[in-house]
Design a protein around this ligand. Structure first.
Ligand code: SF4
Length: 262
């Protein structure tokens, strides 16, 4: 029985096998994949994830060292001076709303969880500023509980790969989760997001410089010609990614290596 893929020719088993191959290719392509928000505990990750809404991880990482030093515990956010907190997080945008979320998060943690971030999805999603996506990030990266993070990159890529036709993030999470081993969910999420930021961009994916060409039904969405595609690779490992795709690394311009990954 086929369920969510728009491909009429591919069986569920065929899709699962292709998904696993995609997973292995991503593991090879992105050995450096990790949570790109700097943190050393669950509270810091929760705070960084709230700040990352409509903001690059890089910008968040510039703000958080000072923030984490000033507010080391949930009680510190609960009793924060609003103006001071707003100033600290201003560079991440939407700083008034985010300040609100951080103060209310601190208060809820103090009132209901003894100041600790809980390690269960059902508890996490009741906290201010924490939706299911954020909760899965926290579970996967601070508690070692496997979780799939369906962000904008993840959605775009699993659609391009036709692993699911679902559009609701929770349904995507379940549909894609069923294709992979649960223990792989967290790292899979990082690798998919890495691929979306460095290779399979929203507007112009680097199809001709991608290691997934044989597994991807959307090959050709972006330039397939090597020189044009190599220019689209991004990040410090852009040249390694070109080599992995069988291209001359010199086709990748210096600015592509230096560019900030969104
Ligand atoms: S072949 Fe193109 S559309 Fe498919 S994953 Fe690679 S970059 Fe994305």
């Amino acid at each position: 029985m086929t369920t969510s893929s728009p491909s009429v020719a591919e069986t569920d088993l065929g899709r699962k096998r292709r998904a696993r191959r995609i997973g292995r290719a991503l593991t090879d392509a992105h050995p450096d994949a990790h949570c790109e928000l700097d943190h050393s505990n669950a509270l810091e990750l929760a705070v960084a994830t709230i700040l990352s809404a409509q903001c690059t991880d890089k910008r968040v990482n510039e703000v958080t060292p000072k923030l984490f030093a000033r507010y080391p515990g949930a009680a510190d956010y609960a009793g924060a001076d609003r103006t001071e907190l707003e100033e600290l997080i201003r560079p991440t945008g939407f700083f008034r709303n985010k300040t609100d979320s951080l103060i209310r998060l601190g208060q809820a943690l103090v009132e209901r969880y003894d100041g600790q971030v809980p390690g269960r999805l059902t508890d996490l999603v009741t906290l201010p500023g924490i939706g299911r996506k954020t909760a899965n990030v926290i579970l996967g990266n601070a508690f070692g509980v496997p979780g799939i993070t369906v962000d904008t990159h993840f959605q775009r890529l699993v659609h391009r790969w036709r692993l699911t036709a679902e559009t609701d993030p929770v349904k995507i999470e379940h549909a894609v989760g069923a294709l992979f081993e649960k223990r792989d969910w967290t790292m899979l999420s990082h690798r998919v997001i890495f691929h979306g930021r460095r290779v399979c961009h929203a507007r112009k994916p680097a199809c001709g410089a991608c290691t997934l060409t044989k597994l991807c039904p959307s090959y050709g969405t972006g330039p397939t010609e090597p020189a044009a595609a190599a220019k689209l690779l991004k990040g410090p490992r852009a040249r390694d990614l070109a080599v992995a795709a069988g291209l001359d690394p010199d086709l990748v311009p210096a600015q592509a290596v230096a560019v900030e990954v969104p």
